[in-house]
Design a protein around this ligand. Structure first.
Ligand SMILES: *Cc1c(COP(=O)(O)O)cnc(C)c1O
Length: 364
């Protein structure tokens, strides 16, 4: 032990990396592999965002606007909140980290569901806080059990709504009852990475709550429906006092200049968003039906991916899928070893995925 590193850091498990598409191509000797593993946009980035980024390239010798002035202004118009209620981050992962750094320290607790987005518990552990983990109940956030797990030490509750990896949502009524029972000192973070894909109206939108209830924080990202995952830009909407604290812990230039112009352009590209939603919804319906026809259990999804119970350990199945040139995500790290998660792709990609899965499952 050469270095003095706290136990909670040495115990951290690194985020499971995916393989670059080029590596899969080389290693498995397949042509044109398709990646349906990271919930990315099947149509790629908005053409308007691409153009805005090309036009801004010559300015990258300057530091970005550390206040994200224009992006916040545009978002505030769209969301009907003040720019002072918005904090922008290098992906919404950045916002998760800021919230945890501001509110959590050793001796404080954060409640999350399992399975849900893996970043929450990692960040809590990285600052020496305690994770209180509540199992999903029939693939849904168990809001009653979460309320019962609250203690005077609890500071934050993270709810990914819709949930990653199950694709489920909480209902509006359920959430309102939950807020009524929640002590004043607690903050609820609604992580809405997939909210644009939700077809049900019966689920809360965090941005509707900001003015009514200071305990609610909404996180959004440009990585999924806007197709800008590689740029790294997301934001949080929250009470302005909380926004001031987050501003104190973030790096002065946490959002790069291309991300800022790309995000602004993407927000105004309604056509691309609409095409994206239609492509994804069609893909979700196709995958859901095809997987059910194969006799597999598929969760109803309000996102751009489906969770499938394949009834056997998914690791070998994912390996075999790679040999067929289809990259999907095994759910072992989420605690669902018999499940895979498939991102909705283009129609031909979805068909190829189903054909590959039929072959792979038939072979075993
Ligand atoms: C993808 C995802 C995010 C965020 O991603 P960023 O790329 O960091 O904005 C946040 N929450 C959930 C549940 C996600 O699946």
């Amino acid at each position: 032990m050469l270095y003095d590193v706290p136990r909670y850091i040495t115990d951290l498990v690194p985020y499971p990396p995916g393989k670059p598409v080029e590596e899969v191509e080389r290693e498995y000797g397949v042509k044109d592999p398709i990646k349906l593993a990271s919930n990315e946009n099947p149509l790629g980035p908005s053409p308007r965002a691409q153009e805005a980024i090309r036009n801004a390239i010559s300015s990258i010798y300057r530091y970005p606007d550390g206040s994200c002035y224009y992006l916040k202004k545009r978002l505030s118009q769209l969301l009907g909140v003040s720019p002072a209620e918005i904090v922008v981050g290098n992906g919404s992962d950045d916002l998760i980290e800021f919230l945890i750094r501001v509110f959590v320290r050793p001796g404080r607790e954060v409640i999350t569901s399992r399975p849900s987005f893996l970043v929450y518990t990692k960040m809590v552990q990285a600052v020496g806080g305690s994770n209180v983990i509540i199992p999903l109940s029939r693939y849904h956030h168990d809001l009653e059990a979460i309320l019962q797990a609250v203690t005077p030490k609890t500071r934050l509750i993270f709810l990914d709504n819709p949930n990653n990896p199950t694709g489920s949502t909480i209902s509006q009524d359920e959430f309102d009852v939950f807020l009524e029972g929640l002590p004043r000192h607690l903050l609820v973070v609604l992580d809405e990475a997939y909210i644009d894909f939700a077809r049900t109206r019966q689920t809360p939108r965090g941005t509707d709550y900001i003015r009514r209830d200071k305990r609610v924080i909404a996180l959004r990202t440009f990585s999924k429906s806007y197709g800008l995952a590689g740029l790294r830009v997301g934001y949080g909407v929250m009470d302005r006092e909380i926004a001031l604290y987050l501003d104190r812990v973030r790096q002065p230039f946490n959002v790069n200049s291309l991300a800022q112009v790309g995000a602004i352009a993407a927000l105004d590209d309604h056509e691309h968003l609409e095409n994206t939603l239609n492509t994804v919804w069609q893909g979700i319906d196709f995958l859901t039906d095809a997987l059910k026809d194969m006799g597999l259990k598929v969760m109803p999804s309000e996102t751009n991916f489906v969770l499938v119970d394949i009834g056997r350990d998914a690791r070998m199945v994912c390996e075999d899928m790679l040999r067929e040139g289809v990259i999907v995500r095994g759910m072992g790290v989420y605690g669902l070893p018999d499940h895979i998660r498939i991102t909705a792709g283009l129609p031909e990609e979805n068909s190829r995925c189903i054909e590959a899965l039929k072959k792979v499952l038939g072979n075993r």
